[in-house]
Design a binder for this molecule. Sequence first.
Ligand code: FAD
Length: 455
Amino acid sequence: MSATSVPNGTAIIGGGITGLAAAWELAKAGQPAVLIEKDSALGGVIRTDHVHGCVIEAGPDSFLAAKPAALELIHEMGLSDQVIGSNDHLRVTYILKGGRLIPMPDGLMMMIPTKLLPVAMSPLLGWGTKLKMGLEYFSKSNPDAPERSVAQLVREHYGQEAVDYLAEPLLSGVYGGDPESLSANAVLGQFIELEKNYGSLTKGTLALRAQRKGPAGSLFKTLKGGLGQLIDALSQRLEDKVERRTATVQSIAKIPTGWRIGLADNQTLDVAKVLLAAPAGPTSQILSGLDPELSALLASIPYNSSMTIALGYDRKTLGHPLNGFGFLVPKVERRKLVACTWVGTKFNYRVPADKAILRCFLGGAHLDEADDRLVAAVKGELADLMGVTAEPAFVSIQRWRNAMAQYTLGHQQRVKTIRQLAARHPGLALAGNAYEGIGIPDCIRGAREAVKQLR
Ligand SMILES: Cc1cc2nc3c(=O)[nH]c(=O)nc-3n(C[C@H](O)[C@H](O)[C@H](O)COP(=O)(O)OP(=O)(O)OC[C@H]3O[C@@H](n4cnc5c(N)ncnc54)[C@H](O)[C@@H]3O)c2cc1C
């Protein structure tokens, strides 16, 4: 047994963006901290690879610009001049229907139609759905509506086809989940508010847009050299301020001076406070001895797995104009691909002019298939859907096991109870993508709140 201690210090468990943002908050306040990450690399699911002059994101590629926390952290890291927006003037997203890639009609905000003519002209939806979309404008508000799944909410407003060909593919890019089990209240909270205030989601979205001042700006932001730039900057700035340990945390226990952290290989670390920034599964295991009730509730938050497979081509061999951001594949179309991003169109600085990157997403069901089988299947579908038969010059595969928290029905109540149970342990805080938002800005905001709570 080897024991060490950081008296008055805070242990941050997990070195993804949540743990790093928390470490930065503590460093700014001059408080002693130790960051414990099981992997040799920091950043968690944020990882940028540089291959043949291309910037390839193995995990997230951007963040929602409307949520300020990520941009604030980027500014604090001195990276403001590296921020770029998505090329929204080129934004066309195709949806696969009946084997054909059909552009999403103009004026759709997620699955909410705000312009009738483009929807009416689009072959993506049948006439029954178009009629329902038009009549939705006259929906009455029901402030007492119970919690509903994403599928229930969208079906009520726009019908099943809007679930299958809009809600499911659009949300599977974010959660990889099933709209029948995802909670609309947890993942589409703004729609629930619109419904309460206006009845019609279309009417509410139009009203919000009318209130918005100034030009819209890019929907997504990122960094020229990839989101790994943020991780590198955080790692550098934290180097002489926060102690770093590469170790797997197994348990935590209360001691008179604070907390004893049990690490692999019989090591322990004593600290004053603990901030758990690992996903809910490992957090549940770490807490199992301390608080079985809290641990069980954390274990009940499901996580999805996914995969990114980036294929790099010589541009001149591709034989496709890449005239859009890429395409989404509804589950009902029964393909292996879930989505494909045409990286060089979506963002500048990512792909040299003589190259092309098709960044494909697959669901967790294929995680254990061999690389060569996966690549052959993806190439087959790209040939079928985009007519791309060229051989890729390189391929980069990343498997993300249990990385994406699923906010299923009851999530908000579950998190409320988790927060109440965690409050029984002063000096312990929880943050990460399991709770109040899975996007990068939400994780950073959650990290800041957890640090505040520990003060
Ligand atoms: C493929 C993919 C694409 C995404 N795309 C986007 C996007 O475009 N935009 C966006 O905003 N969000 C996106 N997300 C979501 C977002 O990236 C994540 O929710 C966020 O980065 C999670 O950060 P985190 O630090 O909470 O968790 P993680 O990144 O999972 O980090 C947790 C860390 O804890 C460590 N850990 C676990 N157990 C232990 C232990 N016992 N001891 C020590 N360390 C431990 C892990 O090794 C890991 O490094 C995407 C996610 C994925 C998987």
